[in-house]
Structures are given as structure tokens and as C-alpha cells.
Ligand binder design. Structure first.
Ligand SMILES: Nc1ncnc2c1ncn2[C@@H]1O[C@H](COP(=O)(O)OP(=O)(O)OP(=O)(O)O)[C@@H](O)[C@H]1O
Ligand SMILES: [Mg+2]
Length: 363
């Protein structure tokens, strides 16, 4: 049970008046009327005295807490104004509750900061590791050449090519990291304009034709007779998204497998899905593949040439389009990455297609 200053004052005043009257009752010559008056007088005077003292104490304590709270810059602390606190039946309890809420909130913030610190340390370790590999390799080739291998023409060309390849991957890594940091600081603004996803997919298929052929992977669009898919998006960034998703499906899917890009048009949005029938991604990795430098099969992905930044960039680009990437994967069945984009000129396009269908075809 929580006691308010008023109830405390009442109980104490009652006890004081009871004791005083009891003692007075033993004094000779004191009439009942006198006893009654002294009981009332002692009750009223002690009630107000105690109430005043308790209130002052509470008030002071509350003020002290207030000052401490302000010192700690508790800006986001939702506290009732001071006057109101004093009028509360139990202001100490109220302020105690609020401090508890605040402390819990702060604890959460501390946990979050600790997590971020750990993430920062891991990220730094990952970056240095990723940089080290191509730099050491290129350095090794160039030093071997300088130490005399340059004389042999065959070796010279081979080593220079290898050094160049390593420096190229370093270049890709730096560019990817730059894009990621620009996305995070919000330096890159999305230039949302109508673009045709169907055309973009065709272009990417042509760019990946060689890799797909090497692995015997077929690239398809569904529905395959869809002429255009107009969305409102940043064409360059969405190209980066589609390139990574389709390239991943080819690289990490099965040899001789299938990669299908599905377009599912809704009223306001188009859902785009990139599906493969590869080995899939184990459930425990699904949440982590969007982290920077995260690869499921580290050695295999590296062998294929990935830095593990692709999906982190994809996630940021789609977030900047106010949409999200979803992933579904079943072991040995395949993986599907999907996202939605806002349709561009929904009505105009329908009218345009209708008009085209009605207009006479010139020979
Ligand atoms: N379709 C897929 N099937 C199986 N695994 C996949 C698929 N897509 C991505 N992964 C796994 O997720 C990891 C992260 O992919 P991500 O695109 O971020 O990096 P990457 O392809 O290794 O490198 P980068 O894209 O930077 O060249 C990959 O290394 C791979 O292990
Ligand atoms: Mg990738």
C-alpha cells in the first residue's frame, strides 16, 4: 500500500491527539469538554504541521530529482510538470516509475551502442582483410617482376595481367564501399523516373550472356510475351540491383540451371522476382546475407570473385526507393529474391497499348 502525505498526516495527527487526550484524561479537574477541545486542537494543529513538513520534504526531493534529471540531459523524459507532481497522491512513486522507464530506455540505447561498436570493429577487420588480399597479391607479382622475372617475356605478361586483375578487384571493392557509405549518409539521391524493367532485364541478360553460357544457365523472363514493364525508379540504381540479383542467381545457382525474372503487375505496384533453381541458402544464413561482406560459402564465393557487398548495396538502394527486398529459399529447390516498385503512368500505358492495338499496322 502506498501512503500519501495527507494520509500520513491524518494517521500521525490522530495518534498525537489520542495520546495527548489520554494523558490529559488522567489529570484531575479536566472536564470532558476540555478533553474534546484539546483533542480537536491537537489533531488539527499536528495534521497541518505534519502535512506541511511531509509536503515540503516531498517537494524538495522531487525538485532534487528534477535537477539531477536535467543535469543528465533527460530531454526525452516524459515528465509531468512540477506543480502537478506535488499535487499527485504519491509523487515519489510517480517519479520513481518514470525514472524506471527512462533507465530501461537508456539501457536499450547502451545495448544498441555496444552492438554498433562490435559491428564497427568487425567491419574494420573485414575491410582490412578484403583489402589485404588483392594488395598483397599485386605487390607479390610486381616485386617478382622487379626481382628479375621481367626478363622472361611470358612470365612478364602473365604476372602483369594477374597484378592488373587484383588491382581491378580492389577498384571494384573501393567503389562498392564508396556507394555504400554514400547511401548510408544519404549523399546519393534517387532520381525517380519512368523506366522499362523489361528492357533493363534484356540488357542485363546480354551483359551476363557469357557467364551464363559458361555455366550452361538459361535466362528467362515470365510472362515471356510481356512487352514493357514501366516503373518509377532510378534506372542506374535499379540496374545495379537487377545485375547483382541475376548475377548471383547465375553464379550461385546450379550448372545447367535456370534463372527466371518474374514480373507480376498489380494495380499500383509491380512485383519483380529473380528466381533460380540452385542449391538455395540455408535458413540460418538468410537474415545475414544482406550484411556487408557476408558470404554463405566463404571460400566458394571468393573463388567466384564476390566481395559480399552486392546484397548490402541492393538493400540500401531498395530502401531508398521506399521498398524492401524479400528472400525465400529452400535447400536444393532454389532461391527467390523479390521486391516491389511503384508503377509508372499506369493509365497512360494502358491507353497507349490500347491505341497501338487499334491503330492500323503499316506494311
Ligand atoms: N541466388 C543465390 N543462391 C545461393 N546463394 C546466394 C544467392 N545469392 C546470394 N547468395 C549468397 O549470398 C552471399 C552474398 O551475396 P552478395 O551478392 O552480397 O555478395 P557476392 O555475390 O559474394 O559479392 P558481390 O555481389 O559483392 O560481387 C553470396 O556470397 C552467396 O553465398
Ligand atoms: Mg553478388
Amino acid at each position: 500500500m502506498s501512503l500519501s502525505p495527507r494520509s500520513i498526516a491524518f494517521i500521525l495527527a490522530f495518534l498525537i491527539s489520542l495520546i495527548t487526550t489520554s494523558f490529559l484524561a488522567f489529570v484531575e479537574g479536566v472536564s470532558k469538554g476540555m478533553l474534546f477541545v484539546s483533542a480537536i486542537a491537537s489533531f488539527i494543529s499536528s495534521f497541518f504541521l505534519i502535512l506541511y513538513t511531509v509536503d515540503i520534504l516531498v517537494f524538495r526531493e522531487v525538485n532534487n530529482m528534477y535537477r539531477t534529471i536535467h543535469k543528465l540531459k533527460m530531454k526525452d523524459f516524459s515528465m509531468t510538470p512540477r506543480k502537478k507532481l506535488i499535487q499527485e497522491s504519491n509523487p515519489m512513486k510517480t517519479i520513481n516509475d518514470e525514472i524506471f522507464v527512462y533507465v530501461t530506455k537508456k539501457q536499450k540505447e547502451i545495448d544498441e551502442l555496444k552492438k554498433l561498436e562490435l559491428f564497427r570493429r568487425e567491419f574494420l577487420a573485414d575491410v582490412s582483410h578484403e583489402f589485404k588480399t588483392p594488395i598483397f597479391a599485386a605487390q607479390g607479382f610486381i616485386h617478382t617482376l622487379l626481382d628479375g622475372a621481367m626478363e622472361d617475356e611470358n612470365v612478364r605478361e602473365r604476372f602483369l595481367k594477374k597484378a592488373a586483375k587484383n588491382l581491378d578487384s580492389l577498384d571494384v571493392l573501393v567503389k562498392d564501399l564508396l556507394v555504400l557509405s554514400q547511401m548510408e549518409t544519404g549523399d546519393i539521391k534517387m532520381n525517380l523516373l519512368p523506366m522499362d524493367m523489361r528492357l533493363l532485364t534484356n540488357n542485363i541478360f546480354s551483359r551476363l550472356e557469357n557467364i551464363a553460357q559458361d555455366r550452361g544457365v538459361s535466362l528467362k523472363v515470365k510472362p515471356d510475351d510481356i512487352p514493357e514493364v514501366w516503373v518509377k525508379a532510378d534506372a542506374d540504381r535499379i540496374e545495379q540491383v537487377m545485375l547483382n540479383l541475376i548475377e548471383n542467381a547465375v553464379k550461385y545457382g546450379n550448372e545447367g540451371g535456370k534463372v527466371i525474372v518474374h514480373f507480376n503487375e498489380g494495380k499500383k505496384y509491380v512485383e519483380i522476382a529473380v528466381r533460380d533453381n540452385g542449391p538455395g541458402i540455408p535458413h540460418e544464413h538468410l537474415n545475414r546475407i544482406f550484411e556487408r561482406f557476408y558470404r554463405v560459402d566463404k571460400s566458394r564465393s571468393k573463388e567466384i570473385g564476390g566481395t559480399g557487398l552486392g546484397l548490402a548495396i541492393v538493400k540500401h538502394i531498395l530502401n531508398a526507393h521506399n521498398t524492401k527486398i524479400a528472400v525465400m529459399s529452400k535447400p536444393d529447390k532454389g532461391t527467390t529474391f523479390s521486391f516491389k516498385l511503384e508503377k509508372a503512368f499506369t493509365q497512360t500505358l494502358i491507353e497507349k497499348t490500347e491505341n497501338e492495338a487499334l491503330s492500323p499496322v503499316s506494311p
